[in-house]
Design a protein around this ligand. Structure first.
Ligand code: CP3
Length: 329
């Protein structure tokens, strides 16, 4: 079975550029809001029937080439004994580096609902649609654990990495082992590809990124037997370093022009990178942005069309339709 998303990640020629959207299952869709009115976020994630339905909603409407499993990067941490709520982002007790290093190892049975969601999604999507599993990168999970939630500048995290790099390394090593087994489970269950979200790695300077975040991301993804995508938004200053992770694909945000990303990453697949704000404009602006993007990747294999970050919750669904159509036509 030929799945265009997988072909592109393997740097093989494709009949059409594959397209999907980060956060494509979410609040901009009325049918998502309707389901969420009846289930809390955590309830929706942990109920395979509901999570699979949410995963399939954008595929039915727009027919993307990839279906990204509905869950959160924080979901497996709950199965490691970390208590949290979502409001809408994760809220938890701030943890010390030593506490993170001492977290329970991930018991894969406790994320059995993700396994079951993936099985349901695989049998619910067209054959040529790739099923996308994912996890949070160790540094990004550590950022939430240390801060107790999101943060403007992750000052507490950055302070602790400076104060005790050895303790930070131990914490990152524990998270890497857990996320590696979590991703392996998703591939066993039927995912075709995995993406590692390093959403907050961009707050680090180059040296700290190279010494701490990068080895942990490499360990997480190393040796998995499937195409892998690494995504660190706001990280144009470390793109050349990211190449050392050695994965098949890199997602880049809208700040770096696509051709420049290729020059710095080398001969790999690249995913991206339309500014999500473009989808708040009109269909003409969307078609123009898509045609500029395709011009930058013309003649190259290994381009997966996507936004440069998650879709904004205020995006009109008809603009998403215009975006997917513009890529296909
Ligand atoms: O469609 C998909 O992409 C699949 C599901 C998915 C969610 N979160 C669902 C979700 C994925 C891949 C994620 C990843 C995620 N979660 C990231 C990495 C991507 C990025 O943005 O850099 C991060 C940083 C998180 C942490 C998180 N979870 C935040 C910051 C929030 C709230 C903010 C928001 O505006 O989305 C969440 C909650 C969350 N995760 C929602 C969804 C659909 C909103 C929940 C709701 O319905 O209220």
């Amino acid at each position: 079975m030929v799945r265009p998303l997988i072909e592109a990640l393997r740097m093989r020629p494709v009949a059409r550029r594959p397209v999907w959207i980060m956060r494509q299952a979410g609040r901009y869709l009325p049918e998502y809001r309707e389901l969420r009115a009846r289930h809390s976020f955590q309830e929706a994630v942990s109920t395979p029937q509901v999570a699979a339905e949410i995963t399939l909603q954008p595929i039915r409407r727009f027919g993307m080439d990839g279906a990204v499993i509905f869950a959160d990067i924080m979901t497996p941490l709950e199965a490691m004994g970390v208590e949290m709520t979502f409001d809408p982002g994760p809220r938890l007790r701030p943890h010390t580096l030593a506490e993170v290093a001492a977290l329970e190892p991930l018991d894969i049975d406790r994320v059995g609902f993700v396994t079951e969601t993936i099985r349901r999604v695989r049998s619910g999507v067209p054959d040529e649609t790739a099923v996308i599993g994912f996890a949070g990168a160790p540094l990004t999970l550590l950022a939430y654990l240390v801060e107790g939630g999101g943060s403007k500048d992750f000052m507490r995290l950055r302070g602790q990495l400076r104060a005790d790099p050895a303790a930070a390394r131990a914490a990152l090593t524990a998270l890497a082992a857990a996320m590696k087994s979590y991703l392996a489970m998703q591939l066993d269950a039927g995912a075709d590809v995995v993406q590692l979200f390093d959403s907050w790695a961009g707050v680090l300077d180059r040296d700290t990124y190279r010494d701490l975040a990068l080895p942990a991301a490499s360990t997480t993804l190393g040796g998995l037997d499937a195409p892998r995508i690494y995504f660190a938004p706001g990280s144009g200053h470390t793109l050349d370093l990211q190449a050392a992770i050695g994965v098949e694909g890199y997602a880049v945000d809208w700040r770096v022009p696509l051709d420049e990303a290729w020059a710095r990453l080398g001969d790999v697949a690249i995913q991206g990178n339309i500014d999500p704000a473009v989808l708040l404009a009109d269909p003409d602006a969307i078609r123009k942005a898509v045609s500029d993007l395709l011009a930058r990747s013309a003649g190259r294999d290994g381009h997966i069309v996507n936004l440069g970050h998650g879709i904004d919750r205020h995006t009109p669904p008809e603009n998403v339709a215009a975006f997917v159509e513009a890529v296909r036509s």
